[in-house]
Design a protein around this ligand. Structure first.
Ligand code: SF4
Length: 413
């Protein structure tokens, strides 16, 4: 790679690293020269396609010049940082080059706003056209749509990309006004609404759409955030919402203190809650409400819900419906299907669950098998919470029922 292109690559891959809406990115690793596993500086990240494959992507900005000054953004115009811009041809060439060398399987392309929204979208579109029409590149391309760009440009991008996204960044208009005054939720969602409507037209290829929300830069509760995600999923606007713990990169009077650590546990809990919304049929107000507007730090959201709804438990594993099984803490979708299948042939006991490789670490407190409750504590929320938060240390000579060697316990079942 020529020196100037290499420098541009370093600058523009570095500028793209705070965007997580292409999935597992932005994570620091302690790479040392000579070791394997450095993905960070090279701008290579990973994402999952709709069929579940993990693909590596070149994650880069077309340019980190920007006419806007969003308070939280490393690329805001008032920051004194190294700036660079690829031409569409340069970026298409790099992508093909990396692809042929087997470094990447696709491209995640975003950009600062250069001149204006339409001009930026045109440059991105040109890159796509070179890749698709001149180089006949059929690989995965995720494009960040530019809010405010002309609908016709959005249409052309949607026709060529596999996935598009537009980052809402902050969960309310009030916060946007405070930190990103050039943006409104409506303006950010407009290209996604347009792309959704377009993809619903006859004979149009469906396209994945996602967004990113920054967590912890503004005072919204988890309830506000999950309510917004829930609305976006209900309107079929998005396939994924990505939550990004706020990483302080700038000093600004409206931002939280720069010495705070990124709220990574909160980000993790939000992903767990989001999973419940998308795959477990929970509604956001079952997970968070006016009494508990924020997710619990000690317990995952499903366990927290179960402990606050003990009236539904313990559930008899042989009798409850699929939807009820999905509510049991520690029992995931795969386990539910294993149980349903096995139940057709016999009435299950704890041995059978163990043989099915179903984790009972949490589930043991919320189920019965053949009418028997086998956790070694009484069925009471405080005791269960305590047992889950601080599981008893394993004693070598007293193996637990759920760590196998069942015969050593009591023979109750
Ligand atoms: S418009 Fe985008 S790139 Fe520009 S300052 Fe705002 S967040 Fe950063």
């Amino acid at each position: 790679m020529k020196k100037d292109i290499f420098e541009k690559m370093q600058i523009l891959a570095n500028s793209a690293k705070y965007d997580v809406s292409c999935s597992s990115s932005g994570s620091e690793n302690n790479h040392k020269t000579g070791e394997l596993g450095a993905t960070h500086n090279s701008g290579i990240c990973h994402t999952f396609t709709s069929d579940g494959r993990c693909v590596s992507l070149l994650k880069v900005l077309l340019t980190n010049f920007c006419i806007y000054d969003c308070a939280y953004c490393i690329n805001r115009k008032s920051n004194d940082i190294k700036r660079a811009a690829f031409s569409p041809k340069q970026l298409a060439d790099i992508t093909i080059n990396f692809y042929k060398r087997n470094y990447i399987e696709g491209l995640f392309l975003s950009s600062g706003i250069i001149e204006n929204e339409d001009h930026t979208m045109i440059l991105i579109l040109r890159t796509l056209k070179i890749l698709r029409y001149e180089y006949h590149f059929n690989g995965y391309i995720h494009v960040k749509l530019i809010p405010g760009a002309d609908d016709r440009l959005i249409d052309e991008v949607v026709a060529l990309a596999n996935r598009v996204s537009s980052n809402i960044e902050l969960p309310s208009d009030k916060s946007l006004k405070l930190l990103a005054p050039n943006k409104t939720k409506e303006k950010i969602l407009q290209p996604l609404k347009h792309a959704r409507d377009k993809s619903l037209e006859k004979n149009t290829r469906p396209i994945g759409m996602s967004t990113q929300l920054i967590i912890g830069a503004t005072p919204e509760s988890d309830k506000d955030i999950l309510k917004l995600s829930s609305v976006l999923y209900d309107k079929a606007l998005l396939k994924r919402v990505y939550y990004s713990a706020y990483i302080p990169v700038n000093d600004h009077k409206n931002l939280p203190s720069i010495i705070n650590k990124p709220p990574l546990l909160r980000e993790h809990r939000l992903y767990q809650a989001d999973w419940l919304l998308r795959f477990y049929d929970f509604t956001y107000d079952e997970i968070v409400n006016d009494e508990f507007p924020n997710l619990d730090e000690e317990l995952d959201p499903k366990t927290f819900w179960a402990l606050n709804n003990l009236k539904y438990f313990p559930m008899e594993i042989n009798k409850v419906s699929k939807d009820e099984l999905l509510r049991i803490p520690g029992i995931g979708i795969k386990s539910v299907f294993k149980i349903l299948k096995a139940r057709k042939f016999k009435t299950l006991d704890f041995y059978d669950l163990k043989k099915l490789k179903i984790s009972l670490k949490k589930a043991q407190y919320f189920i019965t098998c053949k009418g028997k409750y086998c956790a070694k504590i009484s069925f009471c929320d405080d005791k269960i919470k305590q047992a889950i938060i601080t599981p008893p240390k394993k004693k070598i000579l007293q193996p637990s029922l759920f760590d196998m060697d069942f015969s050593a316990i009591t023979g109750e079942i």
